[in-house]
Design a protein around this ligand. Structure first.
Ligand code: SF4
Length: 423
């Protein structure tokens, strides 16, 4: 990739050290060669991760300038099978750190230009429980106006949360932050009876967006506990779903996260023991924990039906269908999304490096250098348009052949709760 450095002549462009401007266009250059949105997204993300404040704008290059002018770094490149591009980043005069970073990112981006295959895992992205939870908040916003309070993130995805915030949703960690008598939506992950009691004490108008498949696990917890069992809950400490389910029978339930936890487990009566699981666990790891429990406690009772939900199972199955043939797997999802994290772990366990990305700007160009085949999927809380954006970005780095590998079709739909009208 050929690079050059010019002074920027732009009347109102005043840059401080660590400020950079990515050119959306460069006056005087052929508009057909402006950087693709994909290249700009990767440039933006990489410079942001390196601690720069990144702006965007149209820049005007000049071959002459004064020493105090910002500096425009240009890279002319020709990704195979994609149109020629000019990447431009302006840095403050004398900002050597920014200059070196821009040059390095240009090099990394240049190395990422290649033709590649994108293997799309299917099913991916939104599940029925997430669709329902988002629709509930949207409907309540439409019917009652803002603000609508939501306890915790409605689903674990930062883009979903920001989008609903823009529309008037107010996300709170604690019900005490909600004004007395106001409307509050419970998130898809469910709440404990203690939270429901607190809502009643504050006279809150509760709309429950708990996924019906989480509600099913809560009911099983109550049933087993009423039977006098110690209920072993296989899940992740601190996750909202875990807290909500354990809260159904706190005196009868115990959390285990691993086979090692099973070995250390002590229960009052080994003849009265059952287990439940979080809905978003890794199927293979959970099977190992259940097997360890059954070996230690032969009287172990299982839930009536599998607690790990269809969406989690299907996304893991689809991931398997692409990971083995990919050089790199990208999982679209937020860091607090349990099922997304499990997809990353599953791919890594199968020997294909995986990265969790909130969106395309999180893709590191250096990761793409040797990735001729990229597997792509998304956790159940990640919007499908973010996957499309990743495909567009990859296609901007060189011709991309997209192949979808579908392991099953999903036709699950959950009805809205009473009091929330369907669209
Ligand atoms: S991942 Fe499963 S349990 Fe969680 S919201 Fe989706 S369908 Fe419900």
């Amino acid at each position: 990739m050929r690079t050059e450095t010019l002074a920027v002549r732009s009347g109102d462009l005043a840059l401080a050290p660590d400020d950079v401007v990515i050119a959306e266009g460069i006056e005087g250059e052929d508009p057909c060669t402006f950087p693709s949105p994909g290249s700009r997204r990767l440039l933006h993300g990489e410079l942001r991760r390196r601690g720069f404040t990144v702006h965007s704008g149209t820049l005007r290059a000049a071959t002459t300038g004064s020493p105090g002018d910002p500096v425009l770094h240009l890279a002319r490149c020709a990704p195979p099978g994609a149109r020629k591009q000019i990447l431009g980043v302006a840095t403050a005069p004398g900002d050597e750190r920014a200059r070196a970073a821009v040059r390095e990112v240009f090099r990394e981006l240049g190395a990422a230009f290649r033709t590649r295959t994108v293997l799309l895992a299917s099913p991916r992205s939104f599940c029925a429980g997430v669709d329902r939870a988002i629709e509930i908040v949207e409907r309540v916003l439409t019917d009652r106006g803002s603000p609508v309070y939501v306890r915790k993130q409605i689903v674990h995805n930062i883009h979903v949360v920001r989008n609903l915030e823009r529309r008037g949703a107010v996300f709170v960690d604690d019900l005490d932050e909600v004004p007395v008598g106001a409307t509050v939506v419970f998130s898809a992950h469910g709440v404990s009876p203690a939270v429901r009691r607190r809502a009643a004490e504050r006279d809150l108008d509760v709309i429950d967006a708990t996924c019906p498949l989480v509600t099913k696990v809560h009911a099983e917890a109550r049933r087993f506990a009423q039977h006098g069992d110690t209920v072993v809950f296989i899940g992740h400490a601190g996750h909202e779903e875990t807290e909500g389910t354990l809260g159904e029978a706190p005196d009868h339930m115990v959390l285990v996260e691993s086979v090692a936890d099973v070995a250390a487990l002590r229960v009052p009566d080994p003849e009265r023991i059952s287990y439940l699981t979080q809905t978003t666990l890794a199927v293979d790891e959970t099977a190992g924990i259940v097997a360890a429990l059954a070996e230690r406690f032969p009287a172990l009772r299982a839930p009536r039906s599998e607690d790990i939900c269809y969406a989690t199972t299907n996304r893991q199955e689809a991931l398997r269908a692409v990971a083995d043939d990919a050089d790199l797997v990208l999982v679209v999802g937020s860091v607090n999304s349990s099922n997304s994290q499990r997809l990353v772990e599953l791919s890594n366990r199968r020997g294909t490096a995986a990265r969790l990305i909130d969106d395309a700007s999180d893709i590191r160009p250096a990761d793409l250098r040797d990735a001729a085949v990229v597997g792509l999927t998304a956790g159940a809380s990640a919007p499908p348009e973010l996957v499309e954006e990743v495909v567009d970005v990859l296609a901007g780095l060189g011709a991309a052949t997209v192949k979808e590998r579908e392991v099953t079709q999903e036709n699950v739909h959950f009805a809205l709760p009473r009091g929330v009208c369907a669209r």
